[in-house]
Write a protein that binds this ligand. Sequence first.
Ligand SMILES: Nc1ncnc2c1ncn2[C@@H]1O[C@H](COP(=O)(O)OP(=O)(O)OP(=O)(O)O)[C@@H](O)[C@H]1O
Ligand SMILES: [Mg+2]
Length: 261
Amino acid sequence: MEFNCKGRDSMKTVAVYGLTAGTGKTSVAKEMAGFIHQFGQKTLLVDLDLNKGNITDKLGLNESPNIGSWLIEIIKKMNTSPCWEITYKPEEIQPFIQQHNSGLHVLASNTKKNLDHSPFLLSSLEIIIRSLLKSAFDVVVFDTNSEVRDYTIELILRVDKVLLVVEPFGFSLQNAEMFLRLLVDEGISMDRFGLVFNRFPTFAEDDPQEISRSLGIPLCGVLPNYPNLSEKKNQTKILTTKKSSRFSQELRQVLGKVWGD
Ligand SMILES: Nc1ncnc2c1ncn2[C@@H]1O[C@H](COP(=O)(O)OP(=O)(O)OP(=O)(O)O)[C@@H](O)[C@H]1O
Ligand SMILES: [Mg+2]
């Protein structure tokens, strides 16, 4: 099994997003980033869930540096420079980035809890997103939360692909349509979106193909139940390896759909 983002020389970016909490966004983002990394692509995983981001815990990273320390530095710089003049060259990003023991690069979870209410949050995050999109990574995977916030919209507008992770339990088509309408009202077009079912539906009415058709978003894959993902002892590992497990195979399919590989 091989993976590469073939035929392109520029960076690939994907945001893992979701309609509701707990659908598996972080699990999909970390496994996807770790999986791509194994194929020699220089990959960065970014925790953009500023409120409850848990990538640091899930990968057993240090508390700092993290995205919050970078944001604080930018907000300080804004006291003396206009935001459009603040940029970070690839080598200037490095001090904020950690490396997981698999070698995967990670911009770890925010620890500055009051940041979420900062009036400078959107403009400072714009600087981070802009700088990351000009960095030396081949692939950047953003984990997000399920909120429709100004900075989430900013991210979604900037990335190549948005993966909507849904889980069949408690899925409501009506809620999903309302959520998507909110995004469309914000000027976001659905043409870069893909749907990922995390775990197989149990009832016929939850047919992923049907839901994909109803939402007008292509289905990229249905990930199986993978109990190891929720077991504490494995929490700091990337579990998806080149060796085939059903989860790896399906994730590989998702990546193929996302980048037409
Ligand atoms: N395919 C799967 N098989 C088994 N367990 C899974 C699977 N996907 C996710 N989980 C488990 O479900 C729980 C929620 O997953 P996760 O934290 O990735 O969701 P999330 O969408 O990021 O949540 P939040 O909205 O709180 O950020 C975790 O315990 C995770 O280990
Ligand atoms: Mg999460």
